[in-house]
Design a binder for this molecule. Structure first.
Ligand code: FES
Length: 116
């Protein structure tokens, strides 16, 4: 894949997530990341998510949480779904095998790009 422009560095301040093509691109407090946008739970758009205090990406639908460096879910679906026995564990296991896809984010002259 060729590099795709994300925007300027000021378009992506710490704590922000935006959608670029099939990726959710964010700034986890100085650490830029790009992961595929579809939540492994029910497919919510992770570009509409948030970054928590630990720098993880939080799904906007049921607040599953992803480690943006590995693409693995570190906390399963919350709310009533958190009470379903084994659900949290099974989704976390699923994303060990099938993590979110990732691509590189690079900065050149104040502009951010994803891909190679
Ligand atoms: S769709 Fe993401 S946690 Fe349910």
């Amino acid at each position: 894949m060729s590099a795709q422009r994300v925007g300027t560095v000021s378009d992506l301040p710490p704590g922000k997530v935006i959608g670029v093509g099939r990726y959710a691109v964010g700034n986890a407090y100085g650490n830029y990341f790009a992961v595929t946008r579809r939540c492994r739970h029910l497919g919510a758009d992770l570009a509409g998510g948030a970054i928590d205090d630990t720098g993880c990406l939080v799904c906007p639908w049921h607040q599953s949480t992803y480690d943006v460096m590995t693409g693995r879910m570190v906390r399963g679906p919350q709310g009533v779904l958190a009470k379903v026995p084994g659900l949290d564990f099974s989704y976390r296991m699923l994303t060990r095998v099938l993590p979110l896809g990732r691509t590189r984010v690079t900065e050149r002259d104040g502009e951010l790009y994803i891909g190679d």
